[in-house]
Ligand binder design. Structure first.
Ligand SMILES: Nc1ncnc2c1ncn2[C@@H]1O[C@H](COP(=O)(O)OP(=O)(O)OP(=O)(O)O)[C@@H](O)[C@H]1O
Ligand SMILES: O=P(O)(O)OC[C@H]1O[C@H](OP(=O)(O)OP(=O)(O)O)[C@H](O)[C@@H]1O
Ligand SMILES: [Mg+2]
Length: 298
């Protein structure tokens, strides 16, 4: 890979693709995307995207083939355990959890099957794409069960007679339900991580990296923050400040033709719930607006 350009591995097509590109775009990194291309050059920064299957991302980072990767912790931990077993390098730097791609890895059994606890898994065949994570869990629990490796359609394995249970990714639970399965035990919780190769980057890449990371932090912070504007009775200002969630000190501005009402503007890093808005209204506030923030820099 190029010595000058920062290389980032992202999922080519799947659950994480859109959000990964969206995050980079929000950081001002622009790409001319071509669906078929494996490598895409940024038109705005010395950054290249390597678009691959998500399973390949941890290995590419651990082998130092790419500088950065955006990948689910489920895939990351599985690859790390697999490499540990094979005594291959599994070093990387964990930079940020990115608050998307939330899912859990769970053991599920056919709905009609009784389940009273982990001990009931003894002797069963469990279909999964994550045999190492499953083995670790079973070992910790002291249960003897056999992982059956499947790279896809894990949820049909019990019906197809390939296994007695599954250990698969769950988000809404709709896939399990549609396949007559019931989630019984969560064994791992996951979201997307930004990871970096263990070996230090050369100075120009590191500079680019620092800038990108600061922008990612800005995007994340903006996502969690709201700009709140309202009109408040001057004599209730302290009470209004007290109930605004996680807010910095507000800006208070005069309103034309009004001595007893002021405009209050504040950035809040917490969600403003309807209940709080109703409380503000009870205090005599009006024109309460909650606006999203696109970017933030401290
Ligand atoms: N239902 C879900 N909700 C949210 N995140 C999910 C869900 N299912 C999977 N993920 C996350 O998204 C990642 C990619 O899921 P996807 O189904 O696109 O993978 P895949 O089929 O293995 O794709 P690839 O072809 O890249 O190997 C998973 O490893 C996990 O981290
Ligand atoms: O609990 P749910 O909301 O139903 O989500 C779970 C499903 O999502 C993922 O598959 P995906 O839909 O990404 O397709 P894939 O199986 O082809 O990878 C995962 O492998 C489950 O099958
Ligand atoms: Mg995959």
């Amino acid at each position: 890979m190029s010595k000058q350009r920062l290389t980032i591995a992202v999922q080519k097509s799947g659950r994480l693709s859109k959000e990964s590109i969206k995050l980079l775009s929000a950081c001002g990194v622009k790409f001319n995307m071509h669906e078929a291309r494996l490598m895409v050059h940024s038109t705005s920064h010395p950054i290249d995207l390597l678009r691959v299957r998500d399973d390949d991302i941890p290995g590419l980072v651990m082998d130092g083939v790419v500088d950065l990767g955006l990948v689910g912790e489920n895939v990351l931990e599985e690859e790390s355990l697999e490499r540990e077993m094979r005594q291959q390098s599994n070093q990387f730097r964990s930079l940020r959890r990115l608050d998307f791609g939330h899912c859990r890895l769970s053991i599920a059994l056919p709905t009609e099957q009784n389940f009273n606890g982990i001990a009931d898994l003894e002797g069963l065949k469990i279909a999964t794409t994550y045999p190492r994570l499953l083995e670790r869990y079973l070992k910790d629990q002291g249960v003897n069960a056999k992982p059956v490796m499947l790279t896809g359609s894990v949820e049909v394995a019990p019906r197809a007679g390939l296994a007695n249970a599954v250990c698969d990714l769950v988000s809404t639970g709709a896939t399990l339900e549609a396949n007559g399965l019931r989630e019984q035990q969560v064994i791992f919780r996951s979201q997307v991580q930004l990871i970096q190769r263990a070996e230090a980057l050369d100075p120009s890449k590191q500079q680019m990296m620092d800038k990108l990371l600061a922008r990612i932090d800005g995007v994340q912070l903006a996502k969690e923050s709201k700009y709140i504007m309202l009109h408040a009775p001057k004599d209730k200002l302290q009470q209004v400040e007290d109930i605004l969630p996680g807010a910095e000190r507000p800006t208070v501005l005069p309103l034309s033709h009004s001595d007893d009402v002021v405009a209050v503007h504040v950035v809040s890093t917490e969600t403003l719930f309807w209940e709080t808005m109703e409380q503000l209204k009870t205090l005599g506030c009006s024109s309460i607006l909650v606006l999203p923030i696109e970017k933030m820099l401290g």
